[in-house]
Design a binder for this molecule. Structure first.
Ligand SMILES: NC(=O)C1=CN([C@@H]2O[C@H](COP(=O)(O)OP(=O)(O)OC[C@H]3O[C@@H](n4cnc5c(N)ncnc54)[C@H](OP(=O)(O)O)[C@@H]3O)[C@@H](O)[C@H]2O)C=CC1
Ligand SMILES: O=C(CO)[C@H](O)[C@H](O)COP(=O)(O)O
Length: 469
């Protein structure tokens, strides 16, 4: 009996759809899930041309795959990944390849690579983005680690990946856990841009009392513009247009404002602090999801603190400024995430090529946007660019939009609408462009209370002062 080309463990949202995508591209595929219904429904969903089988039996699953085997895991991150690896191990043989396609925490990937290498089994992490539709019709995929193993599977991944101008949105990114790290930062950027869009909506809806229809039209216009065409802007317009099937209202007004998170945004911020890569826009986006959870306290506080403000402004002129402000904040957010990748690449010896990262984020993934092409050009000009804010072409754009974001921010503050990510983005920008910061005072304070010493700008050495109180 002819064996299958590829095996998938986990037939949920991502695994089932990616497997069907592979079958569309003429690869024969077998899927494993603990849930018999999911295994059976995979076969029911298959079209005549597909070669697909679903099973709940690990031994049968492994034996059905052509050697050396290629197996991908798309199960929830954490313990389920270790549990699946444990159950596969007794059936795998030397030379088999196991790919973790989930949002695994990158140090877990480093550990698993080592554990499986001792058994001569190739293991690598490959972040996948695009959600349900992306997995089914073309995701962006971020593999790292075992390059030889990736090369063997490259034809499958290139066939199923999203394509932009004929180029597949998958590239080998670097050694070790590079693939999971890049996906983690992708999600951090995703959190911040989602928060920026939510703040934009709040400013217009709650602050300036603009009708949903007008806001929806605005996002639609943005998505149809050269600068702001992007998946997250596109779906935000769709969301605002969605009717509720149970009432006569728009669905958005009936959804709870308490946000959930699976952890990748938090990991991005936590690790950024570890490697001293400032990403305040991502930090704030995580904070805002956390603040949203304190619903009872927010209700109490809203009864204590009132701020009723009206703003007379020319709405159409303001919307033009808002577009520039969003562009400014979006670019500055990407710049922080990309700078984190630049620093992490050195810290963990990943050898990341940020031109490739920009290339494979142009399509398929949640943060795909037309501006990624400009980032690609910036990194092509200078592969060692430490921060996109230093690219001359992007700088010219940002300079022309600086006044817009400051005006939008002032409007938000005077109306009492929280524009956290907009605000922190401007502070990040202002700090990054400051030749002189007040950190000399911090150094003096540290020396004053803790004799921590300081350095001077006029002579070499380390100094301590007996400060007079
Ligand atoms: N959903 C999304 O948009 C995206 C998700 N991801 C990541 O991809 C991974 C998978 O996510 P997603 O598909 O959404 O998750 P789902 O929960 O939809 O699917 C996971 C599947 O894995 C199965 N499973 C769990 N443990 C085992 C096991 N030991 N053996 C076999 N099957 C098992 C689950 O079965 P059961 O339900 O019966 O427990 C379920 O069918 C996660 O790491 C996620 O963070 C990445 C990008 C986008
Ligand atoms: O990886 C993804 C998209 O790129 C997943 O959809 C992820 O679950 C999103 O993160 P969170 O659930 O924390 O909002």
């Amino acid at each position: 009996m002819k064996k299958f080309d590829f095996g998938m463990v986990g037939l949920g949202v991502m695994g089932r759809n990616l497997l069907l995508n592979m079958a569309d591209h003429d690869f024969s595929v077998v899927g494993l899930d603990l849930d018999a219904e999911k295994a059976a429904s995979l076969e029911q969903e298959a079209q005549e041309k597909h070669q697909i089988k679903g099973t709940t039996d690990v031994k049968e699953f492994v034996n059905l795959i052509e050697k050396p085997r290629a197996i991908m895991l798309l199960v929830p991150a954490g313990k389920p990944v270790d549990s699946v690896i444990g159950s596969l191990l007794e059936h795998l043989e030397e030379g088999d390849i196991v790919v973790d396609g989930g949002n695994s925490y990158f140090p877990d990937t480093d550990r698993r690579v080592k554990e499986l290498a001792e058994k001569n089994i190739h293991f690598f992490g490959m972040g996948i983005s695009g959600g349900e539709k992306g997995a089914r019709f073309g995701p962006s995929m971020m593999p790292g680690g075992d390059k030889g193993a990736y090369e063997r599977l490259r034809p499958i991944f290139e066939a199923v990946a999203a394509k932009v101008d004929g180029e597949p949105c998958v590239s080998y990114l670097g050694s070790g856990s590079a693939g999971n790290y890049v996906k983690m930062v992708h999600n951090g950027i995703e959190y911040a841009i989602m928060q920026l869009l939510a703040e934009t909506y709040d400013l217009l809806n709650r602050g300036l009392k603009v009708q949903d229809k007008r806001i929806q039209k605005l996002f639609d216009q943005w998505n149809n513009s050269k600068e702001l065409e992007s998946y997250l802007v596109e779906i935000t317009a769709d969301i605002l247009n969605q009717d509720d099937p149970l009432t006569d209202k728009k669905l958005i007004h009936l959804i709870s404002d308490t946000a959930k998170a699976k952890g990748t945004g938090k990991w991005t911020s936590q690790n950024a602090m570890d490697i001293q890569a400032p990403v305040p826009s991502i930090d704030l986006a995580v904070n805002m999801r956390d603040i949203s959870k304190y619903k009872e306290e927010r209700i109490s506080a809203s009864n204590i603190y009132n701020w009723e403000a009206q703003k007379d402004l020319d709405l159409e002129a303001f919307l033009e400024k808002l577009k520039d402000a969003f562009y400014f904040a979006m670019i500055t957010t990407y710049a922080q995430g990309m700078a984190q990748l630049h620093i992490a690449s050195k810290e963990y010896n990943y050898g990341l090529d940020l031109e490739e990262v920009s290339k494979i984020w142009r399509g398929g993934c949640i943060i795909r946007a037309s501006v990624l092409e400009n980032f690609r050009k910036a990194y092509r000009k200078n592969p060692e660019l430490p921060n996109l804010l230093l690219d001359k072409d992007l700088a010219a754009d940002l300079n022309s939009k600086q006044s817009a974001i400051r005006e939008v921010l002032n409007t938000g503050i005077s109306l009492g609408i929280p524009l956290s990510v907009y605000g922190t983005t401007v502070s990040y920008f202002d700090a990054y462009r400051s030749e002189i910061l007040p950190t000399n005072l911090i150094q003096a304070q540290r020396d004053y209370f803790g004799s921590h010493s300081y350095e001077r700008i006029d002579r070499e050495g380390t100094f301590h002062t007996e400060w007079e109180d």
